[in-house]
Design a binder for this molecule. Sequence first.
Ligand code: BGP
Length: 465
Amino acid sequence: MNTFKKGFLWGGAVAANQVEGAYNVNGKGLSVSDVIPNGLIGEKHYKVESGVYYPNHDAIEFYYRYKEDLALMAEMGFTCFRTSINWTRIFPKGDELEPNEEGLKFYDELFAEMLRLGIEPVVTISHYETPLYLVDHYGGWTNRKLIYFYLHYCEVIFTRYKDKVKYWMTFNEINAIHFIPFAAGGIRIPANGNKLQSVFQASHHMFIASSLAVQMGHKINNDFQIGCMLTLSTMYPATCKPEDVLGTYQMKKRSWYFSDVMMRGYYPSYAKQMWEQYNIEIVMEEEDEDILKKGTCDYIGFSYYRSSLYEDGMVIMGDTAGNTGTSNPYLDTTPWGWQIDPIGLRLVCNEIYDRYQAPLFIVENGLGTIDKLEKDGSIQDDYRIDYVKSHLKEVHAAMQEGCDIMGYTYWGCIDIVSAGTGEMKKRYGLIYVDRDNEGNGTLERRKKKSFDWYREVIATNGQSL
Ligand code: BGP
């Protein structure tokens, strides 16, 4: 197989709240993720309850062990590593004027260590880490004031890390606000409220915030590459019934709505009808149109894990908890019911590249499953190797077809706390971490079989695939 293009970014990805632990040390405040002990699907917990175990409060203690972890990533040959800045380490409540110096220092040291090892930081500015205080006291992203708190945060981190970080993303999986509004948008949906009204209004504020952040970032350092980030699991019509084919296309617009605004700089033609259909009125300011135009993103970052089906007005997919619906008979599924579909990734690359002709960055893709520790201490995760190999082959094919793809960061390159379920047992890592759902374990790191395999892929720039 031909190699990937020169300079292709190879690496892994995590989010601060799923690895760092140390959730309340050195001045850190609570973020939305800190109050969801059972993962995003258990989005009911809004304050820390005593007696409840929160796996992500300790996570894998990356906060204390990042040197050891980065050394392993360097050994695999990573040229980049994606993580987020935990917003509440910098602004514990979110509306302060002065940042928390200890929080800033942590990321100074983290990024310096990456650069020392030849690893380019790729930073998500907000990965389900909205300060809880902003949710409690301002109503989260439905409040326009959040734009200014976010921008102040951006100004501080852009200025502080301008010589260390080049690649940024404004919001993780911004379109996930539809199904996890608390985590993605810091919004509590009132019991009898119009959920979509809150979701669309909050999204509007996030678009403005992203656009202003892009403009500001480019002023601070013209070399910055600032991307949007979406979850783009593709969808197929379950039948060839024209209604299902059309419905599938319409469902995709729910995601494209986000990338259209962030990549084109204006609301798409179908937006008005969407708002009318759901009885939504978005409050906008006069200057908003102009702001959106001036701050389009430099690239499209996205996560891709699986595909789903659409039939009779319903999306059919294994949900995050693993309850499967009718699934695609041509595909295998993970124990959590996620359909494994490498060709779907190639399709997404083509669809999105054709739509925007802008660079793509695959910043999340991976297999979350149960790993077995053998008697000799090894982890023979051939299934993970198969997963990554088959997906990377399709990435390569998409590039042959003309898609401009900047890089690939394997999700959960080290075992982490699952965002969806809050568990440790749903493991993605190429590196095993000795910790279970209840917090037992030595936290020792161990290379899985996939570790050496991925190292070889990177060393040969994809030729070994
Ligand atoms: C994405 C999130 C990640 C992540 C991943 C895998 O939606 O951006 O934070 O965790 O999905 O999901 P899970 O952890 O539920 O397996």
